[in-house]
Design a protein around this ligand. Structure first.
Ligand code: IMP
Ligand code: MG
Length: 183
């Protein structure tokens, strides 16, 4: 798919460099490992596509009985929230009775994670916790999740790309988290 924002019309500025991400993901994995020790099997549910890079790094630092599954949902078109969540692919593994760790890229309005957690609880999950790479300091949606159980970084209210995050599918492959500035 072609990017809606042609890369030539914007400048990218590094917000969180790869070494800082790696260090923080290790800390987060340590906290998750301690909290889940002795809790039995855990299912890490990765919200595609944005969380795939973060989750890939995080899961390899977890020494837990871990199943990994994905789901696809979206509430954004370009750089704007549409305010409605579309499920593109539900989880494939059983949710019922499972300890779920939901991993997403960014908590913005909080609408996506609140809806997903509701969906997982309705599907009979034994417990659901949330883990995000980024938390934008913005006013949440009235029905949005206020805070994730695990957060790697708080960032200002800027649109960011890289380390899995995109703007209309561009820039997911950048190794750092970058801010977009229109030229
Ligand atoms: P929320 O429902 O407003 O919390 O939106 C969360 C989803 O919107 C994330 O999982 C991202 O896919 C997308 N999103 C929000 N802010 C950004 C951003 O700055 N860059 C890229 N995607 C974003
Ligand atoms: Mg997303």
């Amino acid at each position: 798919m072609a990017a809606a924002i042609p890369p030539a019309t914007v400048e990218l500025e590094c917000l969180i460099p790869r070494h800082a991400i790696a260090r923080r993901v290790e800390e987060l994995a340590g906290a998750i490992q301690r909290d889940y020790a002795g809790c039995g099997p855990v299912t890490m549910l990765v919200v595609l596509n944005g969380a795939m890079v973060f989750a890939a790094d995080l899961m390899r630092l977890l020494d837990l009985p871990l199943a990994v599954d994905t789901l696809a949902a979206a509430s954004y078109a370009g750089t704007r929230s549409t305010g409605e969540l579309v499920f593109r692919a539900p989880p494939k593994l059983t949710v019922k009775g499972r300890n779920i760790l939901l991993v997403d890229d960014i908590l913005d309005s909080g609408f996506t994670l609140a809806r997903l957690m509701e969906f997982l609880r309705e599907a009979g999950a034994a417990a659901v916790k949330s883990c995000v790479l980024l938390d934008k300091t913005v006013a949440r949606h009235p029905r949005g999740l206020k805070k994730a159980d695990y957060t790697a970084f708080r960032i200002p209210d800027r649109f960011v790309v890289g380390y899995g995050l995109d703007a209309d599918e561009a820039w997911r492959n950048l190794p750092d988290v970058m801010c977009i500035h229109p030229k």
